[in-house]
Design a protein. Structure first.
Length: 123
């Protein structure tokens, strides 16, 4: 079997994997998946932090680990059942591209506001 993936498909898989990884590791909507595998640990008298209870908990909170599993899941799904996977990949790729753009725009909006504030202080 010869594998032929276009640059567009590869780009969509990368964006979809990025978004799925972020969804698993960080997003509030998937907190219920992570919660059973985390415990709260006291860092200082006033600060607590959620840490993994097990290796599986670590896999759900490690961006690099979840990224590998997301890529494996999406890649194999695309290879085995492309007719179904293409819809999931398409939606996640759009969301991934949007998230990257939002991060860039959001950072620049904050930076612009900071520059405006500094300019006002200089006057």
């Amino acid at each position: 079997m010869e594998l032929e993936i276009t640059w567009l498909t590869l780009t969509m898989l990368i964006l979809a994997s990025y978004r799925l990884t972020h969804l698993i590791v960080f997003d509030k909507i998937t907190e219920f998946i992570r919660k059973p595998f985390l415990t709260t640990r006291k860092i200082s008298p006033t600060e607590t932090k959620e840490v993994p209870k097990s290796q599986f908990g670590y896999l759900l909170t490690c961006y690099w680990c979840a990224g590998v599993w997301s890529a494996i899941f999406l890649g194999l799904t695309y290879l085995w059942i492309p007719d179904i996977a293409q819809y999931l990949i398409f939606i996640l790729a759009i969301a991934g591209g949007q998230a990257i753009l939002e991060s860039f725009v959001g950072v620049n909006i904050k930076r612009t506001a900071l520059y405006d504030e500094e300019a006002k202080e200089l006057k």
